[in-house]
Ligand binder design. Sequence first.
Ligand code: ARG
Length: 473
Amino acid sequence: MSERAPHDDPDGSGTDPTTLWHGRFAEPPNEALMAMSISIRFDQRLWRDDLAGSRAHVNGLLRAGIIDTDETSAIQEALSQVEREFETESFEFFDTDEDIHTAIERRVTELAGDAGAKLHTGRSRNDQVATDIRLWCRRELTAVAAKVFALQQVLLDRAEAHRYAILPGYTHLQRAQPVLLAHHLLAHGWALGRDVDRLMQSVARLDVSPLGAGALGGSSLPLDPAATAEELGFASVFTNSLDAVSDRDFVAEALFDLSLLAVHLSRLGEEWILWTSEEFGFATLTDAFATGSSMLPQKKNADIAELARGKSGRMIGNLVGLLVTLKGLPLAYNRDLQEDKEPLFDSVDQISLVLDAIRGMIATARFNEAAMREAASSQTVAAIDVAEWLVQRNVPFRQAHSIVGALVRRHLAGEASLDSLVTTELGPEAAALLSADSSIANRRSPGGGGSQTLDSQLSAYRAMLGREQQLIE
Ligand code: ARG
């Protein structure tokens, strides 16, 4: 990074020419102020969006008759040059570049001279930065949705490949009823489907251009915000300039969407930590998606699943941090709003890491069907099926529940196997219901975890993926 922008004092004021506001100031900014104020370290990733916003704004200035065609092409060429410099990572920053907007405008002015000095006409960094973040969110949240979609696809692939595997379904982490592994995997897939839906709804809601709102109240120049909005591909344009520059609802919403998605991945991660433990042994991670211990030679750990769980806390922190930042702000723009970007970028970065790693972990893991089946085969796991068998013989459910409950109690007290107690008390037909297989085969209520309804769930899930694909494209 070079020390100082190599342009001289353009208006001859004799004061520091490296700030955008030097005309009004007799003293250059203090180092401590700049150290706190500079955001270039993290907002430079908005360069693509800043360039897009500037392109549209320049065309708007031409249409408004504020610059002529020569000036327009000089600025547009400078913007193209800046784009090439960013793409080839040769853009040179100066440590007087406060943020990405300042840096690009400084470079455009170097390249296009007097024409460049007209770029910021009728625009403020306040509407500029709001435009940039919306464009960034539109692209990046859609990219996150695509990664969620890819994970949902892996869950479907694994469900289809193991469609006969059975494991215990749990409530309170106690074995409750046998369910198909496919049913369990797709349960996470449905939650992820809501995440995709939510992300794309947020994208649709944030698709409003704030460009043309100026610093807060618009401009006396004949600008046409609707035209720049259209050029930038926004679905609509602001109708209140104060709201346009101060609204960060869409960042809070994005952080909520990402937090809830992170919570879903955290819950899934928690299960995989259990499933890959020696105590459960339901799944084995492939070496490439597991870690070892620096000390204990035998260890193989599910660090991906743990980090998925751990990072959700950080993402919830990002959401809460932003809400607290926003809660006391009067209209319109306040510098506090600069604090929106780091949590947003961090949450998008973190969730992208988690999604890729979890997807790879699940795609490559080996399911130990025998261990799952064994766990689902305890004598009591299908007790409800015997109670429901009684219900079909006209026994009121409360009574059926207590009859079977009493047999379970006698079995657990060591009297006999549940099978022989049920055979003696209710007959062999009832006893035959006690296996995990018959429980899975007999489960027929729509959306249940047995084999009778799996096909219809699979086709509904595929239809959901089809709808998502359209939203994401
Ligand atoms: N870097 C600022 C932000 O991210 C934009 C600049 C607006 N600054 C200002 N003093 N009005 O919010």
